[in-house]
Design a protein around this ligand. Structure first.
Ligand code: CP
Length: 305
């Protein structure tokens, strides 16, 4: 049976194993061991939105594993001229071994998966960003040694990345605090699901509008852009609403001294984070970005094989 990764919850039973195996695979790659488990396999990659990390990491992962990736932009596909997602799914199922899909709408990723006989991986949609979160927890585990009991403070928009981080925190037993301006909290469905998972792990998921409460004593501070792709019309309103939620030196001084600063990138320096924080000794943003490559490999190996 095929396995899709549309939500972090699709890795529910073994999310931490994805993280641990990703770290192991990275070490083995750095030690010079080669892995050709994607030999003669092809990944189709549909990108409705721009991407640097997701595109380059999946394409490079396929190359390093002996396979091949095809970048597909709806602008150049018949999908962009009205061919249905269902028909596209059936056609791709007969030609490639898996599809990565970055979509504006979560329902479109679900539709592609429902009509495919091959695995579909969500490369970010309006609700979730599951592949990013594997790389994020790899980074946290590498830096902190374990995940359970850590306090993760996410400051910013209750967006797709926040939703996936919150669910994953619930799965691994990290305490997750999210601080947003009023009206920008994550959707209830994600908060409820994450709280349910956290309860099993005896950890907590807290939503607040007070960033000080979230950041106090944190092991990890995480932020993301205030204006996601597709929200450009809201730029002015959001930048005003989020001004007090900028991750700056004053804010991070409330966290543990050895906290790490994370950002899934791209960063809008001077808005959600200052240069002083992004380039500080506590910042792990570029190791986090590099971990996308290793995370994608473990996802491909577990899903496409
Ligand atoms: N973090 C992330 O998904 O980056 P890209 O938008 O560049 O793929």
């Amino acid at each position: 049976m095929k396995r899709d990764i549309i939500s972090v919850l699709d890795m529910k039973s073994d999310f931490e194993k994805f993280v641990d195996d990703g770290i192991r695979l990275k070490k083995s790659f750095r030690a010079g061991k080669r892995d050709s488990s994607m030999e003669r396999k092809t990944l189709g990659m549909i990108f409705e939105k721009a991407s640097t990390r997701t595109r380059v990491s999946f394409e490079t992962a396929m190359t390093q594993l002996g396979g091949h990736a095809i970048y597909l932009s709806p602008r150049d596909m018949q999908m962009g001229r009205g061919e249905s997602i269902a028909d596209t799914a059936r056609v791709l199922s007969g030609m490639v071994d898996g599809v990565l899909y970055r979509a504006f709408e979560h329902d479109n990723v679900v539709e592609l998966a429902r009509n495919s006989t091959i695995s579909v991986i969500n490369g970010l949609d309006n609700l979730e960003h599951p592949t990013q979160i594997v790389a994020d927890f790899m980074t946290i585990k590498e830096k902190k040694g374990s995940l359970k009991g850590l306090k993760i403070a996410y400051v910013g928009d209750g967006n797709n990345t926040a939703n996936s981080l919150m669910l994953a925190s619930g799965l691994v037993g990290s305490d997750f605090w999210i601080a947003t301006p009023k009206g920008y909290e994550p959707l209830d469905q994600f908060v409820m699901a994450a709280k349910k998972l956290a309860k099993k792990q005896r950890s907590e998921v807290e939503v607040t509008n007070e960033w000080k409460e979230a950041v106090a004593g944190a092991d990890v501070i995480y932020t993301d852009v205030w204006v996601s792709m597709g929200e450009e019309k809201e730029k002015e309103i959001k930048e005003k609403a989020f001004k007090k939620y900028q991750v700056n030196e004053k804010m991070v001084s409330l966290a543990k001294k050895d906290h790490i600063f994370m950002h899934c990138l791209p960063a809008h320096r001077g808005l959600e984070v200052t240069n002083a924080v992004a380039d500080s000794k506590n910042s792990v943003i570029f190791e986090e970005a590099e971990n996308r490559l290793h995370a994608e490999k473990i996802i491909l190996k577990k899903v496409i094989n």
